[in-house]
Design a protein around this ligand. Structure first.
Ligand SMILES: Nc1ncnc2c1ncn2[C@@H]1O[C@H](COP(=O)(O)OP(=O)(O)OP(=O)(O)O)[C@@H](O)[C@H]1O
Ligand SMILES: [Mg+2]
Length: 481
């Protein structure tokens, strides 16, 4: 338990219209007067509209209040000390005095007492002997507050204010707090976000339930090729985090199989500090006529209501052009997605595919998809990076010479193939990857360089067709050395 003692300020005043009472407020952090916590004071004060005679715990889950700083939230102590608390004492228990504290409890840190007020009779005499009502407002991140903690908060609060009031209140103010008759514990916290998107569609007398997990991204921007990282930050991450009106809302990531498209989608999501909702046809398609559309509509509505998520449509080839769709349901599915992508209030959507030319063209026009990210076969530097990363993931070490050999022998490899090569070489060498093992593993891959070259060219060509912004990681042939 600690409190910041650099800034300590004591303020005393008499509440307007309640001159029987006197208030002392002590702040350890400079309090900022503001209107934002007036509603919080009102919510807490509702508890004071009738006599209290037991301990009460009031949990307030609110993103808005949690966003406020300690300087701002502390102001609630002033507001209550000046009005609702003296009124409560006057109306319901004139013999009582009250201590009001604002405390913050970081997730793994030490609780900090920011502001404490004492509301008592006319002067501060006898404060150490009066029965006391304790109101503690605690901002917490997840912790559950135990009675033992409340006891400690009470002691902390008393010691702090008593120490400062000793000069005014005389000698009866010692470190044993006065008897606490009851407590109002107000726990300010965040709504715990659920980790599924859930919809229920009533059908055949029973509801069809769809549950889509929301997961944490496992890759970060540091896993991206440096050339790409800057563009992603400038064009995607910063505008979105700044809530800019021009921020992209739809991204298509394309490139051949295994070049880190899914990994990139995760990296973007993690840079945005969001979690991922992945929509797959298997979760919303139904064999019943007309039901797929219904389920999909409901699911997308539910997704829209979620905050801090990125929607991932991975390998989105299921949304092929309407002219080549084989089933009318698929046509309406695409139409539903088109409408979703156009709606104003929706989370960022990331699509990945290795056959962009098969997608419905309407899907990837700016307004629905604003940014296309092209991912090609990695250059030498990035191949090394992938090898190091993979090795680390399997708990292996790569010597510099071996790393060079890997880089030399993985021209036109994909990320996934480099990863596979490392695993093969590790198996061959029982974990001590050396030149022989790398050469042995290399022989197991048949890479047709000219086909890959033409795939890379095709990717460039696709980028040129797109009407919106493109971000490219498509090394030139001479960089893939
Ligand atoms: N940036 C990276 N750093 C290290 N390894 C990577 C990176 N990107 C991809 N990999 C490796 O390559 C594998 C394939 O990546 P990913 O699944 O993202 O490819 P993809 O382009 O989505 O492929 P597909 O088109 O088949 O879905 C990953 O499982 C990982 O092992
Ligand atoms: Mg993928």
């Amino acid at each position: 338990m600690s409190h910041n003692i650099e800034h300590i300020r004591l303020v005393t005043f008499t509440p307007i219209k309640l001159s029987e009472y006197k208030v002392a407020v002590l702040e350890t952090t400079p309090v900022k007067a503001n209107l934002k916590v007036v509603s919080l004071a009102n919510i807490i004060s509702k508890n004071l509209s009738k006599p209290i005679n037991v301990n009460i715990k009031h949990v307030i889950k609110s993103k808005n209040f949690m966003k406020l700083g300690d300087e701002e939230l502390s102001y609630v102590v002033y507001l209550m000390a000046a009005s609702s608390v003296p009124l409560y004492l006057y109306n319901f228990d004139p013999q009582l005095q009250c201590i009001i504290s604002y405390i913050s409890l970081p997730k793994d840190g030490v609780p900090t007492l920011h502001t404490v007020a004492l509301v008592t009779r006319k002067n501060f005499k006898n404060i150490g002997k009066r029965q006391t009502f304790f109101i503690v407002i605690a901002k917490t991140m997840e912790k559950n507050i135990s009675m033992n903690m409340v006891r400690q908060f009470y002691k902390m609060s008393w010691n702090l204010i008593a120490y400062k009031l000793r000069g005014i209140a005389g000698n009866d103010v010692d470190s044993v707090p006065p008897q606490r008759v009851y407590t109002l514990l107000v726990q300010l916290t965040l709504e715990k976000e659920s980790d599924v998107v859930e919809v229920a569609i009533p059908e055949f007398n029973e509801a069809i339930k769809v549950r889509i997990p929301i997961r944490k991204p496992e890759w970060s921007l540091n896993d991206m090729p440096p050339k790409l990282r800057n563009d992603i930050e400038t064009i995607i991450v910063k505008p979105i985090l700044n809530k800019a009106s021009y921020a992209p809302r739809g991204i298509l990531i394309t490139g051949p199989p295994g070049v880190g498209k899914t990994v990139s989608a995760e990296a973007i999501s993690s840079a945005l500090k969001t979690r991922i909702v992945e929509l797959r046809p298997s979760t919303y398609r139904s064999m019943w006529y007309g039901l797929t559309e219904k389920i999909l509509e409901e699911t997308l509505q539910a997704v829209k209501r979620k905050s801090n998520v990125t929607v991932l449509l991975d390998d989105v080839d299921f949304l092929v052009g309407r002219h080549i769709a084989i089933h009318e349901t698929h046509v309406s599915e695409i139409t539903i997605f088109l409408r979703f992508l156009q709606s104003e209030q929706r989370p960022l959507v990331i699509l990945t595919t290795n056959t962009p030319e098969l997608l419905d063209p309407a899907l990837i026009r700016p307004g629905r998809i604003d940014v296309v990210m092209l991912m090609g076969y990695p250059d030498r530097e990035f191949r090394k990076y992938i090898a190091i990363k993979s090795a680390r993931r399997y708990g292996l070490e790569l010597k510099t010479e071996v790393l060079d050999i890997i880089a030399d022998s993985t021209r036109w490899f994909t990320h996934a193939e480099i990863d596979a090569l490392i695993r093969l070489a590790a198996s061959k060498s029982e974990g001590n990857i050396n030149e022989d093992a790398v050469m042995w593993a290399r022989q197991r891959f048949a890479i047709n360089e000219s086909i890959r070259k033409s795939i890379q060219d095709r990717l460039r060509w696709f980028g040129e067709q797109f009407q919106g912004i493109t971000i490219k990681y498509v090394p030139n042939d001479n960089e893939i050395i």
